[in-house]
Each structure stands twice: as C-alpha cells, then as structure tokens.
Design a binder for this molecule. Sequence first.
Ligand code: PEP
Ligand code: MG
Length: 805
Amino acid sequence: MVGLVVVSHSRALARAAAALAAEMVPDRPVPLEVAAGLDETTFGTDAVAITEAVTAADHGDGVVVLMDLGSAVLSAELALDLLEDGVRDRVVLTPAPLVEGLIAATVAAAGGATRQEVAEEAAGALSGKQSHLGAPPPGPASAPPSGPGPSATVTVVNPHGLHARPAARLVTQVRSFDATVELRNATTGSAWVPAASLSRLATLGVLQGHEIGVRASGPQAAAAVEAVVALAARSFDETGASPPPPATAPAPVAPGAGRPASPGIGHGPARHASTAEPEIPDVPSRGPGAEWQRIEDALSTARQDLLRIRAGTTDDHAGIFDAHLLLLDDADLLDDVRSRIEGGSPAPRAWADATARIAAEFDALPDAYLQARATDVRSVGTQVLRTLLGVPATAMPDEGVLIAADLSPADAAALDPARITGILLASGSPTSHGAILARTRGIPAVVAVGPALLDIPEGTPVALDGATGEVVVDPSEPVLAALRERAVAQASRRRRALARAAEPAVTRDGVPIAVGANVGSVADADSAATSGADLAGLIRTEFLFLGRDTAPDADEQEAVYRQIAAALDGRRLRIRTLDVGGDKPLPYAPAAAEDNPFLGVRGIRHSLAHPALLAAQLLAIVRVAHDVPVDVMFPMVSTVDEVVAARRMLGEAMSLAGGSARPGLRVGIMVEVPAAALKAAALAPHVDFLSIGTNDLTQYALAAERGNPALATLADGLDPGVLRLIDAVCRGAGDRVSVSVCGELAADETAVPLLAGLGVRELSVAPPLIPAVKEAVRATDRARAAAVAARALGSDGPAAVRALS
Ligand code: PEP
Ligand code: MG
C-alpha cells in the first residue's frame, strides 16, 4: 500500500488532519507518518524528521508527501535530497491542499491505488469544494466506458447524502474490483465521474433522496455494480443512517426503543419544552467582578448540560451540540458580554444583548446555512440566560406530552403534573434525576428515545407506555384502544394495591419491611402520606436549593421541613443533607470546573467544602428534630473521616439550637461509593443506619454514568457486582445498624425479594410506587429469597439474576 507523509509547521494540525483522514477508512489503516513542528508546540519543519517519516511510511509501494506551505515545501525538497536513491524514486511531493488532499489520498491509498493515482487524487481534491461553491471543477467529465456494461440506479438514504464517510466507503469498495466504475447524480443530471475518486464524487453534490446512476466496465464490472447497489442498500455502512420513513401515515417512532422510566400510559399532543426567552428583571449590576463571575458560572453549567446531552446522542446529531459548545467559548461573544458588564450592565442583560447582536448579524447574511446559525446562537443564548436567572426550561403552556432532549433536575422539579400527561426524552436514562422526578410525580415517562423524537411536529398526537418503553406517534384508533385497555388493567391493579397501602408490608414468613417515600418537595410529602408511606425514607433537599441564586437560610429551611413533617403526620423524616455537584450544579456555591463532575466535589464533599451552607442546614434539621422523629443522612460518603467531620458539625448545630442530643435524632449515611460499601463494618460504629443509593452505587460500580443513555443497559442495579456490594453492606452493618435501599432498584419488583433476601429491612421509593412495592414484599418468602439471593451473587450477569428471581 502507498504510504503518506504529512509535513506541517504545526504538529497539532498534522495530527488532527491525519486523524480525520484515518476516520474515512477505519477498516484499512494506511501507513501515515507525521513530520511536523519542532516539538509539541513550536512551529517549524525539519528535513531530517521528514526523511525519517518517509522511510517509516515506505512499505515498498512508495510514498506521497503532502505539505502545508512555505518552508514545509522547501524542507520536503531538502529531505528528498537526503534520501537514498532507491527510496527517493518512490517518493512524490504533491501540491495538493493539505486537508482535502490528505483525505482524498488516504482513501485512494486504502483502495490500493498506485502512488501516481494517489498523488493525482490528492491534487484534484479541491474539485468537490470548487464545484459546490460555483467554481468550475478541474478535470474533464468522464468519458463513457467503451461498450455497454452493467448499470444500476440507487437512492441515497443517508441523512447528509454522500458526504465524506459514506463516499470514502464507496471509493474503497469500488477500488477493490478490477473494473472502471462511474457514477452520476441522476437527480441533478450531472456528468459521469470515476467512482474511485473521492474528490470527483464530491462534485456530484449527492443529497439524501438523490438517485445515483452506476455503470462499470472491465472484467469485474457486474460484481462491482452489484457491490455498489448492496452498499447503498446498507446506507454505505454509515451508522445511524436508515431509509426515510414511507410517506404514509406516521408509524411508531420505535416501539420498545426507548427505556421505560416511569410506569403508566400517557397520550396527548406533543409539546416541545419551551425555548422562549425568559423575561429579564430590571435589577442593577452588583459590580463587574460579581456579574462576570455569574456569566462564568452559567457558562460552566451550560457546558456540563450540553456535554451530558451530547454524550447521549448519535454522531450525526453530536455536531449540533458541538456547535453550541463552541459558542460558549466564542471570543467575539464573550468580549462583547464583558464590555457590556464593564459598562454597568448586569450579567443577564449583558448576555441577552450580546447574543441578540450576534444572532442579528447571522440573520443578515445572504447564505441560508449561516442564517441558520442564528438559531444556534439564540438557543444557546436562551439556555445560558435561563441558568443566569434560575428559570427552568420546561415552562409548558398547554396540556400534553412533554418532549425534550433531556430534563435537568431543576426542569423536572418545575413540572406541572396537572398539565403533563407523559414525558418523552430523546436522551437520559431511568436513573437520571429527571427520570426520578417524573416517577415521583407519577408521570408516565420513556427516556433515551433517540434524537428523531425532537423532529415530531408540535401538536402531533403521541402515546407512550412508561412500563414498556413503547412510543407511538399519531396512534391509530386500534392502537389507542389497546393502550387504553392496558391502562385500565394497570389502574385496577393499582387500586387493589392502594386499598392495602396503609398497612405494614410483611413478608409471608413474617419479616416486616418498612416502605418509605422518596420526597423531593412538600407536594411529594402529601403524595407519600396518601400512598401509604411508612416514613419519608429519603428527603432530597436539593429542591430547596436549586433554581435560585442565593441559598435558603436556616429559617426558610426549617419552615419547609416542618411543612413536610406536617404532611407526613408523625412519620419519621429522613432528611438528606444537600447533595449537589455532579449533574446538579449550584450556581451560588459552585465547584470549580471539573472534567468528571460525577467523580468530583459532590454530596458530602461539597457540603464540607461549603461549611456555612451545611451549618445552616443542620441547624434547621436539628430544630425540627426537637418536635418530630428525624434522621439526618449524609450523601456520597467515601471515608470515615467525612462522617466524623459531618457529625462534628451536627454536634455544633445541636449546641447552637440549644438542645442536647435528642434520642429521636438518628444519624446515617448513604452508601453510594463502592469503597464505602466494602468498608461498611468500619463505618457502622459511626452511624445508626446505612442507606444504599443504588443509582450512584451502580454507576460507580460499573463505571457507567447514570444519565448516559448509551450505557443504560450496562448500568443495571441487578448486576451481580452491585448485588455483592449490597451484600457487603448488609454483612458489614452488624445487628445494631439498619440497612435500607433508597435508589431506584428498591422500586423494581424483581429486586424487592432479592434485597429482602440479602438483609435489607427498609425500602424507599417514589410515592406512587409504594403500594406496588408493598405488594411485592407481601409476596416474598424471606427464607426462600435469601437462598435465591445467595445464588444471584454467583450469577454471571443481570439477565441470569432476573431468570433466578
Ligand atoms: C442514589 O444514588 O441511589 C440516590 C438515592 O441518590 P440520588 O438519586 O439522589 O443521587
Ligand atoms: Mg445518589
């Protein structure tokens, strides 16, 4: 195979170009060497380095050298002189443009072209761009092959047409035949061009839906045409490209393709999450320093959100989010914002005005593509503005099924269940905080449906089953009837469970298991009481802190905790201290920018780093604990030292509140970090209870981020590795310390007997799920469950565990 050498002043540039080219032919690596820069960061070229690169790239078929400009060309010529005669004769220096030329050359070389052919391909690499931009393409239209040969017509279904990657696939494929293959764009009536040339293919301007003619001559002509037809039928092996849907009535988006996230049937008109710009209050600047800090914090939050959503999307759509991410760092935009802030504007006003200016500039451009960038600027502008103002993004004016890319915890907290009949998310996963909040509100939800979801026109009827993950767009009457029937059956099962929900849940062999509620608002506490909760097993206090720009003080917190206590009417409250960081950043107590926020300053780490925040919260909790039974729970604990430090602060809050340690006030931690699970015996002497947060424990045990839809199958709480950690907690806790589970696994009816069998004596779930979980406990024989659980620990995967259960 012909080798390639990239000579450039910049090592970073050369490497990036090489990586881009290699991407075109992932299955056929081409010998490619880089001779660029004087070191990692110093610009320059070096003839000796070029000589070495040529020698390394030469595998006998010769080498084509691509250069950027100026001394790169001179150094390459000098390098030629330094080469041995035999090698020098096999080297071609090409005047090709570096990036386009390298891509064309790589594809040609991968297809087995000679070095002259490779060099010609590289030299003609600008033709696609030239023809696209209206300049005459170099090179004549291909002459028809002599004599009639096999031919065919295929339709290109790839969303972006025959762009670089599918075209590269086509070129390498046709080059493998002993045939001359030609293509024309039959839709535009173009001339025939050689299919073995990436640059000539680019001149065809093939878009999705275009028909291309294929013809060939030579000994393997028929096989070559057949191969092109087969390749087109496979969408040129481009992942994510599939034939457009038939023009008939809309079919299901993908029944079962989403992940079930909150049970129940929902249907109604599609309502996309509002992108309307929020109103900016007329408040004065707090000074340039403080206002610029607000901008930086909001940008960092927006960046994390975009990266999270991007991680869960396909390559084809990732570009949209990449463009949005670039805008967050746009120097022109940020300079403008800064000068407006320095001129006395508060951050939201400066940001809104600067983004409006840039969007208007894009609007004014004649090119439709560039005009469309205005939409990107407005979209990012609004996203950051909402963060600056603490306004959730899901304000929904009308009733229907909410459709969004993803749901941040702040957005989900603002959902109005009276208006939202269902939630469909393109991204997300069942243990993301958005999904948890949907479950808590009893709103049927399906997540990780895919980006096609976002193309459903506003108002289109949609239906979903949050227990199976089915999504149907514009359901026919029979489909709706079947879904209604399912909903009736689910409702009657639920009614039966609800009738006994207030009674304790006791296994068949007499072991009581308390079933508590996960509460994230005062409304959840009301719903917990009516759903038969034995206690509030997890009060996520974040709802009090997120979506605002200052922290609630101890008085405000105390008032809200008392409202929750009143709703729960004497039941025990397990109040978790603030658990922010990760996917729940707090604008007024930010962690420094983190590459891996889930492995960063989260939970107790964040609280210990912001002692004033923790002190105020503990004071509020201690005051409430004088009057009602309260547990304090610290999240994300990794070490004994953290517990000791947190308990010390709790002691200080007690002295401040003027009371001695109340016998009813118990202290516990969440076990979410695998190391903490394995150290349960060391942690147990410092606590009264251990509550296992299986959402985080699962993500950390399997190294699979909980909000990443691509990993939703991997992040399975029934993985035997996770069950072993739960088992370790139960064994390490000893007799004095109780063990509960408050992650989403506790609501999985398959998991309930296993958890009981391992020794868990308390579960805490979203309020609407309490009746069903109590029924699952009542159906469990604990002794038998213990035997099954022991076998589950030795299973090889979650599927085997499910089969056992
Ligand atoms: C958990 O991690 O399982 C948990 C209950 O905490 P959260 O979901 O709030 O992170
Ligand atoms: Mg957690």
